[in-house]
Design a protein around this ligand. Structure first.
Ligand SMILES: Cc1ncc(COP(=O)(O)O)c(C=O)c1O
Length: 388
């Protein structure tokens, strides 16, 4: 099958070549692409500040490091997410507590979040990380209210949510800060890349410092005021990302138009469950999640559907196959994690999504209307054939 994403284009290529020829390849070589990208990306997402980094895993780690947290503190993450949401905290001594998702939106279940924080009588939980899964914004008003009542910070894992909106506001800087990814499959990509956005100057200065070996903005080259890393984005990454940012609205327009064809075509499919997009949010449709209706499970499995679609030249993604608390990584003794708690954790909705939910990738929506209609009708055919 031909490689569908990323799609090279002349504008990005010319930016990339110009950056290469300039010899200014790192942000402190006197380039300017990274700084420009930080400014424009933050502004687009209605945030005052941005710190660009080389991927979002490190971006999440920096975000957690910039908060006033101590070794051994707990933080809440959904069990239905990419593992980095949790591991970025583990490597700096934090302990994840896994919260369930709402099956309709596949984002954090705020009732379960409230229960978890209510149970935490000793206030060990200091941070909550809602994930805007598939670009669908989490229920931020409630997440923030519940978290603040418990004196917990809120970091948005917006890795998948470039351009998504919650109640008319772009996601990312609704909580204390948010982290976006530009890894290969994302809607904006440089192969790898990430950015942290925030409206808080204090966090910004800390993030900038940590991503730059712990230097301070007004300090000297060999003065380090805190423990930091080198997490700086390359000029090449920013050179490719800038034109993508400038055309993001156009990209979203196309994706959203084509997504409505998919939703319309699938609306009467008895064997498939179409997840809800609340009226007060706007997703970027990084993925369109669709699930097999429980009673058709067996004849229909995501593996079978994915394979049949692939045979016909179309992509659909199997998605996460186990909730995070079942991942062997969290059972490694060295991290001092609450392994017994993980053994006893059971998030029914995350389990259900792992069994039944597939994802239509955004790049299948970047084609013309005719293609999208062919895509969705093929999907319906595949399902029908499997049910025979
Ligand atoms: C929800 C989520 N969080 C974090 C990440 C980590 O991003 P990166 O691959 O840029 O490190 C990803 C994706 O890759 C993701 O989907």
């Amino acid at each position: 099958m031909r490689r569908k994403w990323p799609k090279p284009n002349d504008v990005e290529e010319s930016f990339l070549v110009a950056t290469y020829r300039s010899g200014r390849w790192g942000r402190f070589d006197g380039g300017g692409m990274v700084e420009k990208f930080e400014k424009d990306f933050a502004e687009y997402h209605q945030a005052k500040y941005g710190v660009a980094v080389f991927n979002a895993t490190i971006g999440l780690m920096l975000a957690y490091m910039s908060l006033d947290l101590s070794f051994g503190d707990y933080f809440v993450v959904p069990s239905y997410t990419f593992i980095a949401t949790a591991t970025a905290g583990v490597v700096i001594g934090l302990k994840p507590v896994f919260v369930d998702i709402d099956f309709d939106t596949l984002t954090i279940d705020t009732n379960n979040l409230a229960e978890i924080l209510e149970r935490d009588k000793e206030n060990k939980i200091k941070l909550v990380v809602p994930v805007h899964f598939a670009g669908n914004p989490s229920e931020m008003d409630l997440v923030i209210k519940i978290s603040r009542d418990h004196n917990a910070y809120v970091v948005e894992d917006a890795a998948q949510a470039q351009g998504s909106e919650y109640r008319g506001r772009k996601v990312g800087a609704i909580g204390d800060m948010g982290v976006f990814s530009f890894q290969s499959s994302k809607l904006m990509t440089a192969g790898e890349g990430g950015i942290i956005v925030t409206n808080n100057e204090n966090y910004y200065e800390k993030l900038w410092s940590i991503h730059h070996a712990g230097r301070s903005m007004d300090g000297r080259w060999y003065e380090h005021v805190r423990i930091g890393l080198n997490a700086r984005m390359l000029e090449f990454q920013a050179a490719i990302l800038l034109p993508q940012l400038w055309s993001l609205d156009q990209t979203l327009l196309k994706i959203r138009r084509n997504a409505s064809i998919i939703y319309e075509e699938l609306s009467n499919e008895e064997s498939l469950y179409i997840h809800k997009i609340p009226r007060h949010v706007k997703t970027n449709h990084y993925f369109i999640p669709i699930s097999i209706e429980e009673k058709f499970y067996g004849k229909l499995t995501k593996e079978k559907i994915v394979e049949k679609m692939r045979e016909k030249g179309f992509s659909i993604v199997e998605g996460y196959k186990m909730p995070l608390y079942k991942q062997q990584a969290f059972y490694e003794e060295r991290w001092g994690l609450p392994i017994d708690e993980y053994k006893n954790t059971y998030n029914p909705n995350a389990e259900k999504a792992c069994r039944l939910t597939m994802w239509i990738p955004h790049y299948e929506l970047l084609e013309d209307e005719e293609y999208v209609i062919k895509y969705v009708r093929t999907l319906k055919e595949v399902v029908k054939d499997l049910l025979r």
